[in-house]
Design a protein around this ligand. Structure first.
Ligand SMILES: Cc1cc2nc3c(=O)[nH]c(=O)nc-3n(C[C@H](O)[C@H](O)[C@H](O)COP(=O)(O)OP(=O)(O)OC[C@H]3O[C@@H](n4cnc5c(N)ncnc54)[C@H](O)[C@@H]3O)c2cc1C
Length: 360
């Protein structure tokens, strides 16, 4: 990232929220030389820490409009950021490819149409005799799975990325304050963010990256933004069946909407669904394993070794994400109910441009 390091010493920026969006913004802005402070009461208990890290860019079927533009930009930016961040964690990488499978004939027809219409060499229909399909059908004891492969999409280890960002932000001496902002107001041309402990933090710019809670800090009447909570759940399952070798499967794939990540010969992660609820469900095992007409026995007999969930925010009445510059040094970046990891680089680029335009 040679073009960075412009050294904007004058701008003081407060980022509220330290999920992937807040941290990624802090990365780019601090690399440019801005004085960044991040504020968050619980940086390890957010939806970013629950994410599986799948980067679904090219596989996205709508190839026009703002959503595709953001994806396209992120797809281009990710390899550059990975190279940059490898200085702080040489193991950080994007595991490719990504496979999307369905047992539904109509859905498969749509996937075929998408591949034929787009003529993208990085996307292919998986042939019946491909080793991926053969191994997945064998493991899941079905013959009906069909789908596509995207060679440029994949997965980043979400927790490892968040830790690497922490390392970088520490190295850059980015100020991290453990606290909850309960009020923001503008006074004498500067922003004052007040914590629950009554501390005031002054800055030229405030960036709201605090997901659902952004609404609490905005004057709803004048800004008219609506967000809904969306539950996402995941679990790690131990398999006790000598016949099954999960390592024969691709590194990450999606069957009928469920993301599956084999971790070892007998351990796999399954997530995540979109549910309009704010509490995890009791029957998470049944919910997350119910993606085929007949669940294979080895999966039914599996035991949950870990389960977790996160609540993300979905815009109500407008597309995701919401990125708004209120023109007075207040910027909003929220509503990432999906794809926060994929979109972080493009959104952070947008914010950086808005910050530069406002200050200079
Ligand atoms: C199970 C699951 C699987 C997922 N899988 C994927 C995936 O594979 N790929 C992908 O791209 N996305 C995935 N996602 C979605 C992804 O997690 C989100 O898009 C992303 O985490 C949103 O990040 P964020 O920074 O906007 O919000 P969050 O990570 O929720 O961060 C918001 C932060 O704001 C802080 N905050 C709130 N209020 C205040 C306040 N008043 N003052 C200070 N701080 C405050 C909170 O403490 C929190 O840390 C998944 C989500 C879940 C739950």
């Amino acid at each position: 990232m040679k073009s960075l390091k412009e050294n904007f010493q004058l701008g003081r920026i407060v980022i509220i929220g330290s999920g992937i969006i807040g941290k990624f913004n802090a990365l780019e802005l601090s690399e440019l030389g801005f004085q960044v402070t991040i504020v968050d009461p619980t940086q390890h208990q957010n939806s970013s820490n629950a994410a599986l890290g799948l980067l679904m860019g090219n596989i996205y079927q709508k190839r026009r409009g703002r959503s595709w533009d953001l994806r396209k930009q992120s797809i281009e930016l990710w390899p550059q950021w990975i190279t940059f961040l490898q200085k702080f964690n040489y193991e950080l990488n994007i595991e490719k490819p990504l496979i999307q499978l369905t047992t539904n004939k109509e859905k498969f027809k749509k996937l075929e149409k998408f591949i034929h219409e787009n003529n993208d060499l990085n996307l292919r229909i998986l042939e019946r005799d491909s080793i991926f399909i053969k191994n997945i059908n064998k493991a899941f004891q079905t013959k009906n799975l069909k789908g596509i492969i995207s060679f440029q999409d994949g997965r980043i280890n979400a927790l490892s990325l968040l830790k690497t960002l922490d390392k970088y932000l520490k190295y850059k001496k980015v100020n991290f304050l453990e606290g909850e902002i309960i009020k923001i107001k503008k006074s004498n041309n500067q922003w004052i963010s007040t914590t629950r402990n009554n501390e005031n933090i002054k800055s030229d710019i405030v960036i709201l990256c605090n997901s659902l809670k952004a609404l609490d800090l905005l004057d709803n009447l004048s800004h008219n933004i609506k967000l809904k909570p969306v539950l996402g759940q995941a679990m790690e399952i131990d398999i006790n069946d000598a016949e099954v070798d999960l390592l024969s499967l691709p590194k990450q794939f999606n069957i009928n909407g469920k993301n599956i990540i084999p971790k070892s010969k007998n351990k796999l992660i399954i997530g995540s669904t979109d549910e309009y609820s704010t509490k995890p469900e009791e029957n998470i095992f049944e919910k997350l394993t119910d993606f085929l007409d007949k669940t294979p026995n080895w999966l039914i007999k599996g035991k949950i070794s870990k389960k977790w969930y996160g609540i993300r925010s979905k815009p109500d009445g407008e597309p995701s994400p919401i990125m708004k510059n209120f023109e007075d040094g207040l910027i909003l970046c929220t509503g990432f109910y999906k794809n926060g990891f994929l979109l972080a680089p493009a959104c952070s680029k947008w914010i950086t441009n808005e910050v530069k335009n406002y200050l200079y």
